[in-house]
Design a protein around this ligand. Structure first.
Ligand code: NAD
Ligand code: UDP
Length: 346
C-alpha cells in the first residue's frame, strides 16, 4: 500500500468527490492528512457518501458544476466529475459532453494557473468495442462517434487530448488513468451498473436482468485497489504523462458474474434475458503491465472477496436506506479496519 505521507498537508481538489469512487478517494486522502476540497454538483453523487467526512477540519464540500470556472488554490486536482453509469451519462448526453470537455478545460485551466498536478479519470471506454485483447495503452480504440455511448467515450477521449495539449503547450503536469469497471460499497443501487443491479436483484430474489446472451465480458476491480492505483499514479515521483490502465485483469462473463452473485447471496432469483444495448462492448480486459512496472501496482482483492464486501454493504443499505452502511459494517479483509483507526476517524 502507498505510504500516506506523500499527500499529508497537500491541498487536494477532488471533482466528483461525492460520487462512488470520489468518496472513497476523499476518505483515503483525509486519512493521509491531506486538506481535501470536494467539488460536486450532486448529479449522481450524494451528500450521504461524504457526510461522515464533514466532521474533519481538513474536509470541505462545495456544490459546483465544473462546466463553470472554479477559482481555488490547490496543489493537486483529481478530475473525477462525470456520471459513469451508461443510464446516467445517456440521460443528458449534451451535459455529459460538456462535463468532459468544458469541465476538463476549466479544471486544466485551474491547474495551469495554480501550477497544480492534474489527474484525469479516463476510462476503458476510450477503447470502445475493442479489436485488440487485452487492451494496452498503445491501442487507439474502436469507438462509434455517433452512437449512444459517444457522449461519454468521445468526451473522455477529448479530455485526454486536452490533457496532453495542456501538458505540451502549458507544461501542466498531467496523469491519465484509464479506469476499467470498478465496483464496491457506495455504488448507487439505482444507477443501472451491472454489479449493483445484480446484487440488489439477488438480495430481493427478483429476476436478474442479463442483457444479451451474457457472454460479453468485463474485468471488475474493487474500489480500494483502484483508489490505491489513482494515488500511486498522482504521487509517483516519475515524470510520465501518457495514459495508464488501472483495472483488474481477471476477466469474467456477465453470465458468470450473475451466477456468482446468486451463489454468494444464496438467492432464489432466476435469470432473465433482455436485449443487448447498442454498442455494448463484447470483451474488456486491461493489460496492466505499465502500471505494474511503473507504479508497482496491481489489484489485491479478488472478485469473490470484493463481491462479499459489496453484498454486505447493499444488504445493510436495503435494511436502512437513509444511512451510509460503511460506518457500521464489519469491513474485515479490505484494509479498512486498519484505516478506520487512523487519526481522522479515531
Ligand atoms: P459517479 O457517477 O458515482 O460519480 C461521479 C460524480 O461526479 C458524481 O458525484 C456526480 O454528481 C459528479 N458530477 C457529474 N457531473 C458533474 C459536473 N458537471 N460538475 C461537478 N460534479 C459532477 O461515478 P464513479 O463511478 O464514481 O466515476 C468517477 C469517475 O471515474 C468518472 O469520471 C468516470 O468516468 C470514471 N470511471 C469510472 C469507472 C467505474 O467503473 N466506476 C470506470 C471508468 C471510469
Ligand atoms: N448488464 C447486464 N444487466 C444489467 C446491467 C448491465 O447484463 O442489469 C451488462 C451490460 O450490457 C454490459 C455489462 O453488463 O455488457 C456491464 O455493464 P455496466 O453498465 O455496468 O458497464 P459498462 O457497459 O459501461 O462496462
Amino acid at each position: 500500500m502507498l505510504n500516506n505521507d506523500v499527500y499529508s498537508d497537500r491541498r487536494v481538489l477532488v471533482t466528483g468527490g461525492a460520487g462512488f469512487i470520489g468518496s472513497h478517494l476523499c476518505e483515503r486522502l483525509l486519512e493521509g492528512g491531506a486538506d481535501v476540497l470536494c467539488v460536486d454538483n450532486l448529479y449522481t453523487g450524494h451528500k450521504s457518501s461524504i457526510s461522515r467526512l464533514l466532521d474533519s477540519h481538513l474536509f470541505e464540500f462545495q456544490r459546483h458544476d465544473i462546466t463553470w470556472p472554479l477559482y481555488v488554490e490547490v496543489d493537486e486536482i483529481f478530475n473525477l466529475a462525470c456520471p459513469a453509469s451508461p443510464v446516467h451519462y445517456q440521460y443528458d448526453p449534451v451535459q455529459t459532453v460538456k462535463t468532459n470537455v468544458h469541465g476538463a478545460i476549466n479544471m486544466l485551466g485551474l491547474a495551469k494557473r495554480t501550477k497544480a498536478k492534474f489527474l484525469q479519470a479516463s476510462t476503458s471506454e476510450v477503447y470502445g468495442d475493442a479489436l485488440v485483447h487485452p487492451q494496452t495503452e498503445s491501442y487507439w480504440g474502436n469507438v462509434n462517434p455517433i452512437g449512444p455511448r459517444a457522449c461519454y467515450d468521445e468526451g473522455k477521449r477529448c479530455a485526454e487530448t486536452l490533457c496532453v495539449n495542456y501538458h505540451a503547450q502549458h507544461a501542466v503536469p498531467i496523469r491519465i488513468a484509464r479506469i476499467f469497471n470498478t465496483y464496491g460499497p457506495r455504488l448507487n443501487p439505482g444507477d443501472g451498473r451491472v454489479v449493483s443491479n445484480f446484487i440488489v436483484q439477488a438480495l430481493q430474489n427478483e429476476p436478474i436482468t442479463i442483457f444479451g446472451t451474457g457472454e460479453q465480458s468485463r474485468s471488475f476491480c474493487y474500489v480500494d485497489d483502484l483508489v490505491d492505483g489513482l494515488l500511486r499514479l498522482m504521487y509517483s515521483p516519475d515524470d510520465f504523462s501518457g495514459p495508464v490502465n488501472l483495472g483488474n485483469p481477471t476477466e469474467t462473463t456477465i453470465l458468470a458474474l450473475a451466477k456468482k452473485i446468486i451463489e454468494l447471496t444464496d438467492s432464489k432469483s432466476q435469470l432473465v434475458h433482455q436485449p443487448l444495448p447498442q454498442d455494448d462492448p463484447m470483451r474488456r480486459r486491461p493489460d496492466i503491465t505499465l502500471a505494474k512496472d511503473t507504479l508497482d501496482w496491481s489489484p489485491v482483492t479478488n472478485l469473490e472477496n470484493g463481491l462479499k464486501q459489496t453484498i454486505g454493504y447493499f444488504d445493510a443499505l436495503l435494511a436502512n436506506p437513509k444511512t451510509d452502511p460503511l460506518s457500521d459494517l464489519s469491513l474485515k479483509g479490505t484494509g479498512r479496519e486498519e484505516r478506520k483507526s487512523s487519526k481522522i476517524f479515531a
